[in-house]
Structure formats: structure tokens, C-alpha cells
Ligand binder design. Structure first.
Ligand SMILES: CC(C)(COP(=O)(O)OP(=O)(O)OC[C@H]1O[C@@H](n2cnc3c(N)ncnc32)[C@H](O)[C@@H]1OP(=O)(O)O)[C@@H](O)C(=O)NCCC(=O)NCCS
Length: 178
């Protein structure tokens, strides 16, 4: 099992609706503050959807995202907008962790409000799936609110299917990795 190095660029893409290159890279300890700002800048609606409830402790959440970055079965990927040389702006994140009991990887994802519906979420999903597959994980899963049309749409487009394990409030979906 190989580890994903912080700052290692996983993928770079030019998205037609985004000016500049969107770079997907692994988060590291030095990203905590910027990730905390990213979570703070999300609209309350997007933040509540991301964490499936209201959370005000964004600094703690950001620290949690990178705390176990050096463990091979967990990683956080950041989508960064790079307009020119230098530090980019975080416009999305996805957190992945392998659940050894359930024997599948769990993930959660968000994209900055003004960058939503431009393909960034799909780009991160693809990078995350590839990474999980490289780690030898066979199935990936997530849960979201039944009312979260955008996440349900993204999951469907990425090839996930409803497992039926959700309840009246939430949907649980999964995908077998190639
Ligand atoms: C869910 C989320 C990550 C999607 O990211 P995104 O960058 O907007 O997604 P993409 O632009 O890559 O869209 C991919 C597909 O998702 C679906 N989708 C995205 N937004 C949608 C919306 N508002 N309604 C319905 N389907 C939607 C579509 O199928 C879309 O493909 P299309 O544009 O070709 O129709 C983003 O909306 C978000 O951050 N939401 C708030 C946080 C959240 O809900 N996280 C999920 C909890 S785990």
C-alpha cells in the first residue's frame, strides 16, 4: 500500500466553465488554516449539507481532515484553483476514510458555492476513486440527506447506486471500484 504525499498533485484539469487550472492534490498539515477559511466561506446551506448538520467548529473540522493524512487508509483531496504560479485558492475538498468494519471507503465532499455545477465535484470524485482503487479498496460509499439533490445527482452521475440502507431522512449509496 502506497501513501499519498501531502502536496502531491493527483490531477490537473482545465474546466470549460472555470478560468484557470483546477489542480487536485492531497491535503497536508500546512493546509489546516486555509481549509478552515474555506469551510468558513461556504454558505451555511452547503456547510450543513457537507457535515449533515450545523457545525460552527470549522477549525476543528479542518484539523480533523488533515490529522490522519499520513495514514495510508485515509486522505483528504483539495481542489485548488491556480491562476498563475504560487499558492492556489481552495475551491473544494473531499475526505476519504476506509471503514474496516463495513469493509468499504466512506467519503464526504464539498465545492465552494460559486464553483458548483462546473465539474469540480466530478473531477474530485474521479481522483478519489482512483486513489481508493490504488489502495486496494473495492467499494466506496457515502450517505447524504434525501433532500440533497446535488449530491444525489453527483453520485448517480459517478455510477453509485442506492444501497437501501438509508432511512426516511438519508440515502446511502455505494459503488464497486474497478
Ligand atoms: C454536491 C457537490 C459536491 C457537487 O459538486 P459540483 O462541483 O457542483 O458537481 P459537478 O459540477 O461536478 O456536477 C456533476 C453532476 O452532479 C449533478 N449535480 C450537481 N449539482 C446538481 C444540482 N444542483 N441538482 C441536481 N444535480 C446536480 C449533475 O448530475 C451534474 O452533472 P451535469 O452538470 O452534467 O448535469 C456540491 O453541490 C456541494 O458542495 N454541495 C454542498 C455540500 C454537499 O452537499 N456535500 C455532500 C455531502 S457528502
Amino acid at each position: 500500500m502506497s501513501q499519498i504525499l501531502p502536496d502531491a498533485v493527483v490531477e490537473t484539469a482545465e474546466l470549460t466553465e472555470v478560468e484557470g487550472a483546477v489542480c487536485i492534490r492531497a491535503a497536508g498539515a500546512s493546509d489546516v488554516e486555509r481549509l478552515s477559511i474555506y469551510f468558513t466561506d461556504l454558505s451555511a446551506t452547503s456547510r450543513n449539507k457537507r457535515f449533515m448538520g450545523a457545525r460552527a467548529d470549522v477549525a476543528v473540522l479542518a484539523a480533523e481532515c488533515v490529522a490522519k493524512a499520513n495514514r495510508p487508509d485515509q486522505f483528504t483531496l483539495l481542489a485548488e484553483l491556480r491562476l498563475d504560479e504560487g499558492q492556489g485558492t481552495i475551491i473544494g475538498e473531499t475526505r476519504y476514510a476506509y471503514n474496516a468494519v463495513a469493509r468499504h471507503g466512506d467519503f464526504a465532499i464539498s465545492v465552494a458555492d460559486v464553483f458548483q455545477r462546473k465539474g469540480v465535484g466530478m473531477q474530485m470524485m474521479t481522483a478519489m476513486e482512483r486513489r481508493a482503487s490504488d489502495l486496494g479498496h473495492e467499494t466506496i460509499a457515502a450517505e447524504t440527506a434525501r433532500t440533497n439533490a446535488e449530491m444525489r445527482g453527483l453520485a448517480k452521475k459517478a455510477g453509485f447506486a442506492d444501497t437501501g440502507l438509508g432511512d426516511w431522512q438519508s440515502v446511502h449509496f455505494a459503488k464497486r471500484l474497478p
